[in-house]
Design a binder for this molecule. Structure first.
Ligand code: AMP
Length: 499
């Protein structure tokens, strides 16, 4: 029987002959596009400058050689901490080409957040745009760690000339991406070149993504949505990318009108803001708009369908697996559902409804000093990855996500784990205990909300300011509620569902 995902394939493409990891790595596939039309622009920087495939190929291979000459060896981890720019994309590509492992870090992280992540990642080098962040990293990792600007070491930084470029194979590690754990310890998902390539190719096939596409990319590049789908998908499909520093409703509307754009990827909070600003109709100029990272409310999907003449294509993925499912491009696009497994992805529902998956896109394991680890709560004994999401399948095999077994809060497409915020709040003088929950919010999907017990009067504004010194802006509670005591079960655990 044909796999459930064969509906995603273009007519005439046989599921049994599909090799999602052909070419071994993203760069080899991207390079085939770059060679075919070297002068063709592929990446637009924030100032509007276009970079051709030939330029990108030349600069990133030179950069990769310099990383090797400076003493890095394949498998070494390299922190990338910077806002979106062509230089950041170039640094990411150079790291991959040198066989190193990219460790993207959110540039709005505070010192303790950066240091916790660096301690877990054990990098050999860091490419940063802000010297202060470089200092924080050195404080944690020691003086042996090399810190450079985004462009990396300058020519002649070392004497080794034999560093291999573009030699990484499918099973070699490519990306260490952190999903903060509920224990407060960051969990590093270790993804291979094969994981990244297979998922980018699966999405490319399902969405008929070609060299003729131009993606308007406003999503951050330290998260799987922007990096693993936006950048990697474009590399594999040979399409062009217009980089933007972040989301701005008027900027998106302007670029949809005059930028020759064909695709846009957003999280529900972005679509909500486009609708609220009366700018969503500009998306009707595009071939494809996609939503993911958090549930898109049916009412919002309907509103977009009305205003844009097309329903956003909703898809589902996660850091550990890149992309998992998508509504079919040619329909039916079912609001409130995340569609069918993407090419190569096997999906099952365990007793209790947990979504479990396997396929070439699924991480080898979480990072640990002894290599990838596959803890029992993350993988079943028979090798399926436990997503922690709860789902149900309709008669057509389309997946609906009904909730999360974990306590993750998703606010504006970003993940917030309550524990980390609770610990920051508990440091404030006068706060006895705090529980953090996500409350439904039309603007954010979920709004981070703190429920606190205090020993005396506490000004909520002071508490929020205090949190902002310790946490990235999206983790800071939008609201603070005061209670006399937190509801707890007999084991003393806070009953979040009662909050
Ligand atoms: P992340 O690892 O940051 O990409 O977050 C992954 C989680 O986001 C998943 O486990 C889901 O809970 C959630 N998620 C992603 N896409 C969707 C979607 N389309 N609808 C509902 N939840 C989603």
């Amino acid at each position: 029987m044909a796999p459930a995902w064969s509906e995603h394939l273009p007519a005439g493409l046989d599921a049994s002959s599909l090799d999602l990891t052909a070419g071994q790595n993203l760069i080899a596939v991207a390079a085939s596009h770059w060679r075919r039309e070297p002068a063709r622009p592929v990446l637009q920087d924030l100032d509007g400058t276009w970079i051709s495939g030939e330029q990108l190929a030349g600069e990133t291979s030179e950069h990769a050689r310099r990383l090797g000459a400076a003493g890095l060896i394949p498998g070494d981890r390299v922190v990338l901490c910077a806002g979106t720019s062509a230089a950041l994309v170039g640094a990411y590509l150079a790291v991959l080409r040198a066989g190193l492992v990219a460790v993207p870090v959110n540039p709005s992280y505070t010192r303790p957040e950066v240091q916790r992540l660096v301690a877990a990642a054990r990098p050999a080098a860091a490419l940063v745009e802000d010297d202060e962040v470089g200092n924080w990293i050195t404080e944690t990792a020691g003086p042996d760690l090399k810190v450079w600007g985004l462009g990396g070491p300058v020519s002649g930084a070392g004497s080794r000339t034999d560093h291999p470029v573009d030699a990484a194979g499918g099973p070699d590690p490519a990306l260490l991406l952190f999903t903060s754990g509920t224990t407060g310890t960051p969990k590093g998902a270790l993804l291979s070149h094969g994981n990244l390539l297979s998922s980018a190719r699966a999405v490319g096939l399902a969405w008929r993504w070609t060299e003729d596409d131009r993606l308007l990319l406003v999503l951050p590049l330290f998260h799987m949505h922007g990096l693993g789908v936006g950048i990697n998908g474009s590399l594999v499909s040979g399409g062009q990318v217009v980089l933007r520093p972040g989301f701005d409703a008027s900027d998106v509307a302007d670029r949809c009108r005059s930028g020759g754009v064909s695709m846009f990827f957003g999280v529900p909070a972005i679509y909500q803001r486009l609708l609220a600003a009366g700018r969503a109709e500009r998306l009707s100029e595009l071939r494809l708009i996609v939503s993911g990272s958090a549930p898109l409310a049916v009412a919002q999907s309907d509103a977009l369908a009305d205003v844009c003449g097309q329903r956003p294509l909703e898809r589902y993925g996660m850091t550990e697996t890149v992309m998992l499912t998508s509504n079919p491009l040619a329909g039916p696009r079912k609001p409130g559902r995340v569609g069918l497994p993407l090419p190569g992805v096997e999906l099952r529902l365990a007793a209790g409804g947990e979504v479990q998956v396997r396929g070439p896109n699924v991480l080898a394991g979480y990072d640990s000093p002894d290599g990838p680890s596959r803890p029992e709560d993350a993988f079943t004994r028979d090798g399926w990855f436990r997503t922690g999401d709860l789902g149900e399948l309709d008669d057509d095999g389309h997946l609906g996500l009904v909730g999360r077994s974990k306590e993750l809060i998703i606010t504006g497409g970003f993940n917030v784990y309550p524990r980390e915020v609770e610990e920051a709040l508990a440091e404030f003088p006068g706060v006895r205990e705090a529980a953090v929950v996500g409350r439904p919010s039309p603007d954010w999907g979920e709004a981070v909300t703190a429920v606190v017990v205090t020993d005396g009067p506490v000004d909520p504004a002071d508490l929020r300011n205090f949190a902002a010194q310790r946490l990235a802006p999206y983790k800071v509670p939008k609201a603070v509620e005061f209670v006399d005591q937190l509801p707890r079960n007999s084991l003393g655990k806070v009953l979040r569902h009662e909050l």
